[in-house]
Design a protein around this ligand. Sequence first.
Ligand code: JD8
Length: 266
Amino acid sequence: MGLRIDVVTIFPDYFGSPLGVSLIGKAAARDDIRFGVHDLRRWATDVHHTVDDVPFGGGPGMVMKPDVWGDALDEITGDGSGARLIVPTPSGMPFSQDMAARYAAERWLVFACGRYEGIDGRVVEAMRARMPVDEVSIGDYVLAGGEAAALVMIEAVGRLLPGVLGNASSAGDDSFGGDGNPEGAMRGLLEGPVYTRPRAWRDHEVPEVLLSGNHAAIARWRRDMALRRTAAHRPDLIPALRDLDRRDRQVLAEAGFPVNGEDMAH
Ligand code: JD8
């Protein structure tokens, strides 16, 4: 029985095609993932289907009403058994590959997508009495609502489910780990550049080593490129690197990151 994913939102059409195409769409068609998309306004009882109101304590914008959210989540999650509620918010825990892997092992995920200034804080408190609730952020920038964040998390989780990736590529070699395999060669490193035919394009050649058939040299080149790209784009990841061999340290030193000896391979 595949992973169940419910999404609650005032913009159900936001999820129409994204959940119907590509790997996630195929997984849904095979029932590897079972989606439910719910329009929050269904639980707004007034004639205008109002889901927001003015913020207590004043301030800009509007806040989403607890009673509407409470009724919606109560009906969708029942006694909550087996469900994990995920509330996207810019003030949440940072989403990560490890978190994606943990969510891929769950049976039932429910995403509460807020809008306006956010959802009344009592909803999370109330739901925590019945199920685990995670407030999660996908990054340090401000979106207008939780829908895009839910889609990002659904894709990151969906591709880790058995049979979803097929032989396209194995999640085992994901950059940011999260595959539970501490030995992943590229663990903690960004991926280097990739190339395909034609060999020459607009006077740009494919790096010769990739055409050599020398797998050891190719693996070494790819690791060098991953180290350089990580040093350039994510210097914050460098201190966490472990088991660096002499060549790794030389490449990092050239990239401005002289790492000392005790990181030598044992
Ligand atoms: C949920 C409402 C908009 C946020 C006033 C702009 C996640 N990484 C992320 N950035 N932004 C969000 C996010 C934004 C949301 C909601 C997630 C619900 N908004 C609000 C507070 C400031 N407006 C997010 N995950």
